[in-house]
Write a protein that binds this ligand. Sequence first.
Ligand code: AMP
Length: 240
Amino acid sequence: MIVLLLGPPGSGKGTQGRRLSQRFHIPYLASGDLLRRAIEQDSLFGREVRQYIERGLYVPDKIMVPAAIEELNKLRREQGVRGAVLDGFPRTRDQAEALDSALTAEGTRVDRALLLNVPREVLIPRLAGRRVCRSCNASYHIDHKPPPADGRCEVCGGEVIQRVDDKPEMVDGRLTVYFERTLPLVAYYQQQGRLVQIDGNLSESDVTGSLVGAAEAVAAAAAQRAPAVASEGASRGAHA
Ligand code: AMP
């Protein structure tokens, strides 16, 4: 099962994506994490993409698509499954079409795009108060879930920071880019009957419940289509 989390910055894709990945035993690919890791490592790729991230702009498709598809394949190979939770990739229509062709070639596809709807006026304070662990990307919020007083992540001990692109002067621009460039993807998946809309303005656990419900429906439909593959996945404890 391959599910894509769609939604504006601050809609909870990271938190929810990790939960879905654990729940269904499939890898979690967050394109933003992939890019930030490359920047941390100061790789050639990291140096190339840094200029875009720091200005709140999308990394061009011709750089983003091969990197994301390579990472997706690597994660699935490592875990020995065909499924994945995608967060932040694809983010443009061209990216979605490129991913569709790659997946069609191997006989899979994005089963569902799960859109987290959160009003803009809620997103701005969520992003402005967000703090993240530099190492494991665990997410905090200065009001609702403050990071430990020593500034160290409670999960891994890494440094908790504010992302450059979460600074108040960047947030508005990022939201505008999302509404212009990513919203057309919603229509793309809707036309193909692959979109599920989720109210993302509820408690984290309620949002998780809705997402798990939607993903279980996908897994059940896949099991009906291909009982042999599904039972093989179930015996490994995975909806792969
Ligand atoms: P995120 O962590 O998903 O909010 O992504 C942070 C930033 O990484 C975005 O604002 C973009 O600059 C860049 N980025 C992440 N994913 C993509 C993508 N699929 N295409 C282009 N740029 C991306």
